[in-house]
Design a protein around this ligand. Structure first.
Ligand code: CIR
Length: 251
């Protein structure tokens, strides 16, 4: 497996924010945490291609939002936050050697963080970033490849994958306050109620890269026999980022 990541921008403190109050971000610490995240990926056998920092694009580290990658195709998104659209050009260049490319176009908008793939079913959050037209365009691109694309409602969080991520085949880690998990047709493990932001986990090989600081949810995952690699991401969490958003996985 390969992952595309991007170094933390020196301007991270000017990131987009939706649900959190702005709080000071320690950029050198964010960089150290991001390096540890990349090391965790490598330790799980992933080949990491780390793109250079984009000094003027605060959120460029969150590469997940710029593309939806399936085995047959990479769809460049049109991020709902307009300033983030400048992140696309370098991602297009990075993906071109690996996949045929397609794109979401205006008036459609779509953030990759809203797309949860469970086998050949893709669920897409109707969020502040992703609109019906974006979902319809993704469906039109992927239906001929035998994927289903289903829009799902969200409340209280930024992206669908803030609320739900796949942790094993047919098993999803969810925060049930933010999504009606029954819609996903998967077995659910709920985050511990005291850890609402713990539903974002990155499944790599047989393990999960999970943000440190959620011990009770981690315990629930381990009780299910899942292997958890905790990574401290406090500074990226202040920018409303977590573990899935920092990589584009090419499986
Ligand atoms: C944003 O608001 O776009 C960034 N500050 C955070 C994006 C996080 N992306 C993700 O979870 N997929």
């Amino acid at each position: 497996m390969q992952a595309i990541t991007r170094a933390v921008s020196g301007s991270l403190a000017r990131c987009e924010l939706t649900h959190l109050e702005r709080s000071p971000i320690d950029v050198p610490l964010a960089r150290a945490q991001h390096h540890a995240y990349e090391r965790a990926l490598r330790s799980l056998g992933v080949r990491v291609t780390s793109l250079p920092e984009e000094p003027d694009l605060p959120d460029a580290v969150f590469v997940e939002d710029t593309a939806v990658v399936v085995d047959e195709l990479a769809v460049l998104t049109l991020p709902g936050a307009e300033p983030r659209r400048l992140e696309l050009a370098s991602i297009e260049e990075a993906l071109a050697p690996h996949r045929k490319l397609a794109r979401i176009t205006a008036p459609g908008t779509l953030d990759g963080g809203d797309v949860l793939q469970l086998g050949r079913s893709l669920f897409v959050g109707r969020s502040g970033r992703t609109n019906e037209e974006g979902i319809a365009q993704l469906r039109a691109l992927l239906a001929p490849l035998d994927y289903t694309v289903t829009g799902v409602a969200l409340q209280g969080c930024l992206h669908l994958k803030t609320a739900a991520t796949e942790v094993a085949d047919g098993v999803v880690l969810v925060n049930p306050s933010w999504i009606d998990a029954g819609l996903l047709g998967a077995r659910c493990i709920e985050v511990h109620p005291s850890e609402p932001s713990a539903a974002n986990s990155l499944r790599v090989g047989g393990a999960l890269i999970h943000p440190a600081g959620f011990p009770r949810t981690q315990e629930r995952l381990e009780r299910e026999g899942l292997s958890v690699v905790p990574v401290e991401l406090s500074e990226l969490q202040k920018a409303e980022g977590a573990v899935t958003c920092c990589s584009l996985l090419l499986r």
